[in-house]
Structures are given as structure tokens and as C-alpha cells.
Design a protein around this ligand. Sequence first.
Ligand SMILES: [Zn+2]
Length: 147
Amino acid sequence: MARHCACCGKPFAPRPQVPEQAYCSAPGCQRARKRRWQRAKLQSDPDYRDNQRAAQQAWSQRNPDYWRDYRETQPDYVQRNRERQRSRNQGRAGDLAKMDACDLPTGLYRITRHPAFPRENGDSWVVEIAPLCVTCPCKMDMCKERT
Ligand SMILES: [Zn+2]
């Protein structure tokens, strides 16, 4: 009787020794089966969870230099990480550059809390940004003649 693999969905014939077999014998599907089993076991079995954690800690203590050595022996990995970080940073700078492209010209501005939102409390204020007239004696908002 054909059965469909719980991972790849392809039909397969369960082995007679494993009548409940839910995954086909493809290596990827067997890895998926093991991962799912471990995840379920970690959630359902506190002893298994403790054992796994203890084993990982013991391994880290036996191999304290693993990651340092890994970086030293895998310059490609370090380089790749750096480049990924750099492109992430550039992504952010790109966003900032886009913000600079808005209509507000460079200059002096006065930021005041907007009167329509006098009682705003918390982390943010609603503000008004008014261009400031530095050359004009009024030293106040941009003169109407100049705009
Ligand atoms: Zn499969």
C-alpha cells in the first residue's frame, strides 16, 4: 500500500520493519524527520532538554577555541560576514540618503511642539518645523517676502 511522505509528499512503500513509517528514505526527508523528532522531544521531554543543554555546554568547555579557530581557518566565512554586514550598513545609509531627498532645503529651522497636540505625553511629540530667517532682523519665521 502506497503512502505519501510527510516531508516531500511523494508516494513511497513503508519498510516492513517500520509499519508506521511516515517519511520516505530520501536523505533530506530523513534529516527532516530527525529534526522534527528532536524539536518535539525538546518541547515534550524536560530531561532530554537538560541532557542536550548539558551536552552542548560540556562540548563548548572541551572546545573553547572552536569559534576562534573556525574564524582563523575559514577566512572566507569571516570575509563573507563582513561583506554582509557592510551591505546591511549601506542599506541603512541608502534609506537615509532617500530621506535627504525630501523637499526641505538645508538651513535653520525652529522646532516647536504643534499647538494642536498640546497634551501629547510619552515618547513622541508632534512638532512643527518652521524655516528660520537668520539674515532678517525678525529672527523669526521665514519672511513671507523671501518665500
Ligand atoms: Zn520524502
